[in-house]
Design a protein around this ligand. Sequence first.
Ligand code: 13P
Ligand code: SF4
Length: 343
Amino acid sequence: MNIVRETTPDLRFTSEVERNTAHLYEKVRKVVPAVEWPVYAPLIDRINRLKKQKNAVILGHNYMTPEIFHCVADITGDSLALARSAAKTDADMIVMAGVHFMAETAKLLNPAKKVLIPAIDAGCTLAEAITAEDVRKLKAQYPGVPVVTYVNTSADVKAESDICCTSGNAVETINMLDVPRVIMLPDEYLALNTARLVKTEIITWKGRCVVHEAFTPTDIGNLRKSNPGVVVLAHPECSPDVIDVCDYAGSTAGMIDYVAKHKPAKVVLITECSMSDNVAAEFPELDFVKPCNLCPFMKKIDLEGILHALETETHQVEVDPAIAARARVSVERMLTGWKPGAA
Ligand code: 13P
Ligand code: SF4
């Protein structure tokens, strides 16, 4: 947790704060120890008042910690759901409780709104793995081949792309293009996993997610040995070798939907580990096995940072208008549908 920042007002766990937040503690009591609540509750109470005053909306990715995900986020979901919500919001200000590319995507879809990210250094190893110049070189190498870009990229890279995708719609997006070959970047594993599910030939790039590349088939074997009967769900940023030994692969929202639908008695989510806490809070009757791989970038977002962002209206995410205009087209094509050759 960050040190309380200078602008934060007196934050005490008064009886009023306790009353105001009691219903929120009920949501997270399985995963947030009672001893921690007096630290979180004053921040949560203050954030929830301030966001109403400022007509702000907090978008929370599924990897946020439970006190953010369940207690201050107005809309939660995977990258696709957050992009869709950002496109629709009538709030004056958007606070992204997620990483920088998510805030940038929200800004592309809302150029006139203030979009804030509580930690300016909340990056992503996939977004770091490729530059706009790399994409220009790929396009020169494969002329006419559409570029499908994972949303986990900078606006500069999106601006060089034909269309974006997320892990939640990669297969549908490629099938929608209806072409024999695409370039899919930057996540090599997502591209290889998607290639198995479509007829299209996929040219890959060498990007990796630091969290998901760490899982191995041996890890999954060990989990199964020590937890007989466990159902294993994985994110498609894991290697194809890992996906082969899992029971299901899908986006963060896909995994949550699987749990809600099938209610496996014992389950493990092969992804960032805060998500297990968030889902466990909703399904207390299920047994979650939690191998703990944290995303160092997602974990830069905390309640103090969110409060500071709302109080000071920083850090504002800005995108060069010329880049934004081109990047927006790629994101909007993903959201509304597109085929090469169409405008
Ligand atoms: P989702 O789109 O599945 O939420 O994934 C985002 C992400 O960063 C996964 O590591
Ligand atoms: Fe990026 Fe991986 Fe973190 Fe997701 S989990 S934000 S892909 S580094």
